[in-house]
Ligand binder design. Structure first.
Ligand SMILES: *Cc1c(COP(=O)(O)O)cnc(C)c1O
Length: 307
């Protein structure tokens, strides 16, 4: 995807910090900030620097993500890495202060000196060990911590049932389980919830037209429509936008332009908000995309700036 120079992506790091503080105050457990995939598009480096004094640790998907963002220098905090491609070695983990997740006896043995963290499979069926192998992996890695990737409470219950009472630090909850105190355990691992209301994405109407004839590839008919200069090559893929304070439908996304529905008075040059100012991720996404995917796409769709 290429950023459109017509789209402005404003990232409010203060809001990210406030989101983290609110989660910490509410749960009263440690918060590990998920900054994988360049912090969902907000920028891992900038986000981690902003959060360094607020959270207890960070979680990334891969070793290169952690190294490239310089997380070890920036934060001085615990860095959990999933390491699905086995790039983590004891030396690398020590050098970059990474705590690798493990889910096989062999990897746990190999990484024993890097203080590995067990990842238990409670239904996701990826990057995790089955409950009947958990004890062996724990022992092989001499683990003092374990987690599961959970989106439902039953999964948290299974983690506790299999690994509770062994003196392990346990965590499970991402954003989807922050409303459930029984999911908080010893720490929470939010991604999306940290970034909510922290990104504002906007562009301007390049054209506006009133017409009762079919338009675009799909032949949509609306009384008035407009064009913005960003399309699916820039990552645009959504249901709604906001023009002059009114939520408007995205009618058709093209390669480098997108048709939006307009009101009578909307005119070229008017601001079109793709995210922010009350247009939140689930509304912007509608049935079109998951909020995670939309955030990532929108952050990449234009020129990123920070405040
Ligand atoms: C991505 C991820 C999270 C965060 O998920 P959100 O829904 O963005 O909060 C938590 N845990 C693991 C293991 C993940 O991979």
């Amino acid at each position: 995807m290429t950023p459109s120079r017509h789209v402005t992506v404003r990232i409010d790091l203060n809001r990210v910090v406030q989101n983290a503080q609110r989660i910490a105050a509410r749960t009263r457990v440690e918060v590990y900030a998920v900054v994988k995939a360049d912090a969902y598009g907000l920028g891992a480096q900038q986000t981690a620097r902003a959060l360094a004094d607020v959270v207890h640790g960070f979680y990334v998907f891969s070793v290169p993500e952690a190294i490239e963002a310089g997380l070890h220098d920036l934060t001085g905090k615990k860095l959990i890495v999933l390491d699905a491609s086995q790039e983590a070695t004891v030396e690398i983990c020590r050098q970059y202060r990474l705590r690798p997740a493990v889910w096989s006896v062999q990897r746990a043995l190999d990484l024993r000196e890097a203080r590995p963290i067990l990842c238990l499979d409670t239904g996701m069926q990826r990057f995790a060990c089955s409950p009947d192998q958990a004890d062996q992996v724990l022992e092989a890695g001499n683990c003092d911590e374990a987690f599961t990737h959970a989106v439902r409470l039953e999964q948290v219950e299974q983690l506790v049932q299999v690994l509770g009472g062994k003196g392990l630090r346990l965590h499970a909850a991402g954003s989807a389980l922050l409303d459930h105190p029984t999911a908080w355990l010893d720490a929470v691992r939010p991604g999306l919830a940290l970034y909510e209301n922290a990104v504002h994405v906007s562009t301007h109407l390049a054209e506006a037209r009133s017409s009762n004839r079919p338009a675009g590839y799909s032949g949509f008919v609306v009384p008035r429509h407009g064009l913005i200069l960003a399309g699916y090559s820039n990552g645009i893929r959504q249901a709604m936008c906001l023009i002059n304070g009114t939520p408007r439908r995205v009618l058709e996304v093209g390669m480098q332009s997108t048709f939006v529905e307009l009101g009578e008075k909307d005119k070229p040059g008017d601001q079109v908000i793709l995210l922010g100012d009350g247009l939140t991720l689930p509304i912007a996404a509608g049935q079109v995309a998951r909020p995670h995917e939309l955030l990532l796409r929108l952050c990449a769709s234009g020129v990123r700036c920070y405040r």
